[in-house]
Design a protein around this ligand. Structure first.
Ligand code: S3P
Length: 435
């Protein structure tokens, strides 16, 4: 069997043990970009060495930043360019990462040189108009050269930009961050208004790096004054709550489980997976909380006596968007109906996550109704193992491996290599917690 295929069966006796999930993906991308723009050198600890984030770090090296290895691959010294990047010698490979491409587009649009970014087939079919539109309003010259209209590769002919106030048409931290990163190079005040609160790692890192940034009282409008001067400052990346979420669900649904996840990021704009699971009856406790710009702590999860279905509210969606496939797995084991609506953004993730989640849940015997903007799962019936595809989507692969840990028979997931885009070491953690 190829390493691209993983088979699991019921985790008799439960999941047990203590693990440290890898560094946060969203924060790692941003640390690489802002560190590369800063003046001076900084120690980076616990960077996520997944394919996505390594692609962004390599891109920063192509643009003039220097990486000096530390005592392990996750720790290194990053020396920035002081806002003076140079033209890359080659096209920039963003791999599978929408975050990498969209954030870098904001920065590259304002450079005095041209560049070109490309990605894998999944990334080359994801919408880029959402960043081209506001950046073009700032004066950017970006051409989407993909076979599919509005998609990568992106040709960026850098130029001086002007400040705008932009009203985001969708709740997207990537689009918000692309505009704010462009604003770092732009004279005057660049503001972004978001329709709902989205992950605020960019804003927190602006604060960390001494970039003045203001937030409206309702938290929906962010403004920065450019051009910025960024000073390098050491940073430790907390563990990724989106990676922790797989074990939160698996330990909740598999009887006899007790798992502790150490140093997990607990940013409130990412934490809705915990509040929703608790509302469903999950037994989750948090200890050893610290705050170093980003809050983090240790999470212990024990098997739930009985999960019950819930309605996920519209305002919660941006704060658990990446956890919806695994929450759908929890829903399949919960008594009653769980409804997830207002989540049409899922259709433009690494796969169409509404269709891929619904398809795989049904293949395991769950009752699911699909909507254009979400789905409803009628849970509580046992699931059976199945032969499933990840559709080249890391989170679909890991979510359905979790389902397989409490299903009858074997569950085989094909096309799992993409797990490495966000969770290197996943297979080892799976083995550790189930043996
Ligand atoms: C991310 C934002 C979210 C999320 C993605 C990472 C980020 O995307 O789904 O995995 O790091 O800003 P959107 O901003 O498109 O919702």
């Amino acid at each position: 069997m190829s390493s691209d295929t993983i088979t699991v069966s019921r985790a008799e006796g439960g999941l047990r043990g203590t693990i440290t999930v890898p560094g946060d993906k969203s924060i790692s991308h941003r640390v690489a970009i802002l560190g590369a723009l800063s003046r001076g050198s900084m120690q980076v600890r616990n960077y996520l060495c997944s394919e996505d984030c390594l692609n962004t770090l390599r891109a920063m090296q192509q643009l003039g930043a220097t990486v000096t290895p530390g005592d392990c691959p996750q720790n290194f010294t990053l020396t920035g360019t002081g806002m003076r990047m140079h033209a890359p010698a080659h096209d920039i490979d963003c791999g599978n990462s929408g975050t990498g491409m969209r954030l870098m587009a904001g920065m590259l649009a304002a450079q005095p040189f041209s560049s070109r970014m490309f990605g894998d087939p999944s990334l080359s079919s994801r919408p880029m108009k959402r960043i081209i539109e506001p950046l073009s309003q700032m004066g950017a010259r970006i051409t989407a050269c993909g076979e599919k209209p509005g998609c990568a590769p992106l040709q960026i002919d850098g130029t001086a930009l002007h400040a705008i106030c932009y009203e985001l048409p969708m709740a997207s931290a990537q689009v918000k961050s692309a505009v704010l990163l462009a604003g770092l190079f732009t004279e005057g005040t660049t503001s972004v208004h978001q329709p709902a609160i989205t992950r605020d790692h960019t804003e927190r890192l602006f604060e960390h790096f001494g970039i003045p940034c203001t937030l409206s009282a309702d938290g929906l409008t962010i403004s920065i004054n450019g051009p910025a001067d960024i000073t390098a400052r050491d940073i430790t990346v907390p563990g990724d709550i989106s990676s922790a979420a797989f074990w939160l669900v698996a330990a909740s649904i598999v009887p006899g489980s007790e798992v502790t996840l150490r140093h997990v990021g607990l940013n409130p704009t990412r934490g809705a997976v915990i509040s929703v699971l608790r509302r469903m009856g999950a037994d989750i406790s948090i200890t050893n909380c610290y705050n170093e710009g980003e809050p983090y702590g240790d999470i212990t999860v024990r098997s739930a006596e009985q999960l019950t279905g819930t309605v996920i509210r519209k305002a919660e969606i941006p704060n658990l968007i990446d956890e919806i496939p695994v929450l759908a797995v929890a829903a399949a084991f919960a008594e009653g109906t769980t409804s997830i609506r207002n989540a049409a953004e899922l259709r433009v993730k690494e796969s169409d996550r509404i269709s891929t989640t619904v398809h795989n849940l049904r293949a395991m015997g769950a009752e699911v109704v699909e909507f254009e903007d979400g789905f409803a799962v009628s849970g509580g019936q046992p699931l059976h193992g199945a032969e499933l595809d990840s559709y080249h989507d890391h989170r679909i692969a890991m979510s359905f491996l979790m389902a397989g840990l409490n299903a009858d028979g074997c569950t085989t997931l094909h096309n799992c290599a993409n797990i490495n885009t966000s969770y290197p070491g996943f297979a080892e953690h799976l083995h550790m917690l189930t043996h």
